[in-house]
Design a protein around this ligand. Structure first.
Ligand SMILES: Nc1ncnc2c1ncn2[C@@H]1O[C@H](COP(=O)(O)OP(=O)(O)OP(=O)(O)O)[C@@H](O)[C@H]1O
Length: 757
């Protein structure tokens, strides 16, 4: 917008004159003198540092005259604040034009883009001309670098990202430099395994895969509904960590990354020029054996999509079937992210429940910027669950009426390995759904394109063990494999005397894990004489048939924590015992479901009417808080005030759950559980340096032995309490599905070849 000159000035102009506008800063900037520093000065610097005056300055040093005009340039005493319309990458080419206009020196506005097809092309070509004397303005450098990064992320030249992120460091140096601050997790196996161990230990005995996942609309944690959205934040990696991760991708990971990237490049081209075709939504299934870097790739893709989106919230929803696997990728469980119903039928036949109006509008707001849903550990997601995900996303994105739209038109990228665990309830995703749920189209078989990862990263230092695991995965171990594994069996007492005594113990069943946790607590008690406290939950019936009130609560409520929102009725804890957090208390501070630590102390306060437990009283006092020192010192840093020796005070929470005879209860309890042991189902997805496994008679499902064995990074980190070779097995349906997927790739490439010729 430009202002016309006043009427009397216009009247004095020649009839043919075009000099009808009042000159503004931009016009004066175009008339600045030539030479140093003016040639390389941007409009932004000019406007911030200089003013234009009609009075000739008295000092000779300030005597800088504009060209073709009787005005002088005067240096300001203080910088001026430059204001203008703020554009984002969502504004397409205007965004790049705005950056060029403000920060890249020009003489004639028509020249800003003239030689290039678009402002973005001009931006790429001119990036070295940007007025870097502006580096003192923090927002400037950040903004330009973000734009450069964005352009490069969308281009095919990943190596050029190195110049942006670390201009003085060569590619090779970056690869070997392990001293970057916060995000070592992609490079340092030691770090990764320790942290994974912390998460793994989160999975103590009492809970099933549902324990921390009980935040559906039906089974809602009353105190914090926002918890499922811990992934909707930005800045998950530092620039250096991101670049390191990109440059560390193996060839197969790179190819899959490129497939995803090409989609967004095509989309961007379409947005800049609608004549370019709009790519179809992504429906990918990324698969490969345990440890081939599926979760690693998820983190990179997630970060990439966040970086190219330029939106205030993440455009990606990261989900997984269990709390720990979700924690492992920094996401939330599929059913908490989408408010899906919990499977009370325990047969994978739950009916789909539409959302309440309030919940729907809440989820619509949260999904506003979301374009991609990533699901890890898809082998544990049932066919019915996939159908519910499709319906829920359609509901959220309001595409239900469109018969040709699936998953709300969002991109769905599934990661997993069908040779690992199957859904706890229900059938594999590739099997036909039960009759009443049968969709018109088979969601899995019709849409999902397989992409294969083949390079093992978890056991990459132990080739022999990697090959053994490859054979166990497909159910074909040889005699040498059986002998090697049999030699890892140790007695319980030998384990207690060895470095394995502190390693996570992994059992097939919850009862076994619970038993081991109990044993360890008793051991601690006898060795250190620490008192074991019983923290009893408060249960309250909030809904149900009138006559249910006469039935004692203990007859209505299951003792299985998977049916009580993961919370135990009687939690046994002692100073010094190992625990895991069961809820996301403060996600951005690392206080998340799965974080592991040690009980440092208890907080005793005067008991009131809401006392947590009569059995915790100590001189009329009750335990109202548990101080936990988390293994990761970064956990809970922002709430230091509540710390005692760096331990974080954990308070009880209240959760709602369904009980027998149609009753609904709330349970107020500490969101903690003992974590010396875990079940195999809870550790799928994790990497551990050391573990003690029971893969004996209690193994009850195909894939369990493989998942357990593939957690450790080498055979040296493996101790077995029991091993039964006959328990190494594979579902025939998985073999058939893998064949179908592999054949589909071959067929596609044959069709492609025919089309090319
Ligand atoms: N390209 C890579 N460079 C370095 N480390 C990697 C790479 N890819 C994966 N890793 C590391 O290898 C280990 C296993 O990777 P990850 O957990 O992603 O495998 P996964 O395929 O998801 O395994 P699972 O099937 O058991 O869930 C992790 O410690 C991860 O950080």
């Amino acid at each position: 917008m430009r202002l016309l000159k006043p009427r009397d000035e216009l009247a004095q102009l020649d009839d043919t004159s075009t000099d009808i506008f009042i000159k503004g800063t931009a016009q004066y900037y175009a008339m600045r003198p030539h030479g140093d520093p003016w040639d390389k000065m941007s409009l932004y610097t000019f406007a911030a540092s200089y003013s234009v005056t009609s009075t000739k300055p008295s000092s000779a040093s300030e005597n800088v005259k504009l060209q073709q005009c009787d005005k002088w340039i005067k240096k300001r005493h203080n910088y001026a604040c430059v204001r203008g319309t703020r554009l984002t990458s969502g504004n397409g080419d205007d965004y790049f034009y705005g950056l060029l206009y403000l920060y890249c020196p020009w003489r004639n506005e028509n020249d800003i883009v003239s030689d290039y097809a678009s402002a973005q092309d001009a931006f790429i070509a001119k990036k070295n001309l940007f007025d870097y004397s502006l580096a003192q303005h923090v927002h400037f450098t950040t903004e330009i670098e973000q734009a450069i990064m964005q352009v490069r992320l969308l281009s095919n030249d990943l190596s050029s990202i190195a110049d942006t992120l670390a201009p003085n460091v060569t590619h090779q140096q970056l690869q070997i430099n392990h001293e970057f601050d916060t995000e070592e997790l992609y490079l340092d196996p030691q770090w990764t395994s320790q942290n994974a161990h912390q998460a793994a230990a989160a999975t103590a005995a009492q809970s099933t895969t549902n324990n921390a996942d009980s935040t559906s609309e039906n089974l809602t944690m009353l105190h914090d509904d926002s918890l499922a959205w811990n992934n909707l934040t930005r800045n998950t990696m530092t620039d250096n960590a991101f670049y390191q991760a990109l440059s560390n991708m193996s060839h197969d990971q790179q190819q899959i990354f490129d497939t995803v990237k090409q989609h967004f490049v095509a989309l961007q081209k379409h947005e800049v020029n609608p004549a370019n075709p709009k790519p179809e939504s992504l429906r990918l299934y990324v698969t490969g054996g345990a440890g081939c870097g599926k979760s690693f790739l998820i983190k990179i893709i997630n970060e990439y999509l966040i970086r190219i989106s330029n939106q205030p919230t993440s455009p990606v929803v990261l989900t997984a079937p269990t709390g720990v696997s979700a924690y492992n990728i920094g996401g939330s469980t599929a059913h908490s992210a989408l408010s899906l119903p919990v499977d009370h039928t325990r047969k994978g036949k739950t009916q789909y429940l539409p959302l309440s109006a309030e919940k729907l509008s809440q989820l619509r707001r949260k999904f506003n910027n979301v374009h991609t849903v990533i699901i890890d550990e898809i082998s544990m997601i049932s066919n019915v669950r996939l159908e519910h995900i499709h319906i829920r996303l359609s509901e959220i994105k309001d595409t239900t009426a469109d018969q040709h739209s699936y998953f709300g038109n969002l991109n769905i990228i599934a990661f997993g390995d069908f040779y690992q665990l199957k859904p706890v309830f229900g059938r594999f995703i590739f099997e036909d759904p039960p009759g009443q749920h049968e969709p018109l189209i088979h969601l899995w078989r019709s849409f999902f394109k397989p992409l294969f990862l083949t390079v093992n990263h978890r056991q990459n230092g132990d080739k022999e063990y990697t090959e053994l695991l490859n054979r166990v995965r497909v159910g074909l171990p040889n005699n040498a494999d059986i002998t090697l594994l049999s030699n890892r069996v140790m007695t319980k007492s030998d384990i207690q005397q060895s470095p394995f005594s502190s390693a996570l113990h992994i059992f097939p069943t919850r009862d076994q894990a619970a038993e081991y946790n109990k044993e360890q607590l008793e051991r601690l008690h006898f060795q250190t004489n620490t008192q074991v406290h019983v923290l009893t939950a408060i249960d309250e019936m909030i809904d149900g048939p009138v006559n249910a009130k006469d039935i004692p609560a203990k007859d209505l409520i299951s003792t299985n924590t998977s049916e009580t929102a993961g919370l135990e009725k009687n939690l046994h804890l002692a100073q010094g015992c190992r625990v895991m957090l069961l809820r996301n208390i403060l996600s951005e501070d690392g206080l998340v479901n799965g974080a592991q630590g040690t009980v440092e102390d208890f907080l005793f306060e005067n008991s009131g009417s809401d006392e947590l437990s009569e059995s915790t009283s100590l001189n009329e006092q009750t335990i109202t808080g548990v101080y936990v020192k988390f293994d990761n010192p970064k956990v809970g840093q922002t709430i230091q005030d509540h710390c005692k020796n760096n331990a974080i005070l954990i308070r009880p929470i209240t959760a709602r759950f369904f009980a027998h005879y149609g009753t609904v209860f709330t349970r107020t309890a500490f969101p903690l559980q003992l974590s010396y042991a875990s079940t195999v189902h809870k550790v799928q997805g994790l990497s551990l340096t050391k573990a003690v496994l029971d893969i004996g008679d209690k193994v009850f499902s195909s894939g369990q032995t493989y998942v357990a064995l593939s957690r450790v990074t080498s055979i040296d980190g493996l101790a077995l309490l029991d091993f039964k070779p006959k328990k190494i097995s594979v579902f025939q349906s998985v073999i058939r599905e893998m064949k179908r997927l592999t054949d589909s790739i071959t067929q596609n490439s044959q069709t492609q070849e025919t089309e090319d010729t």
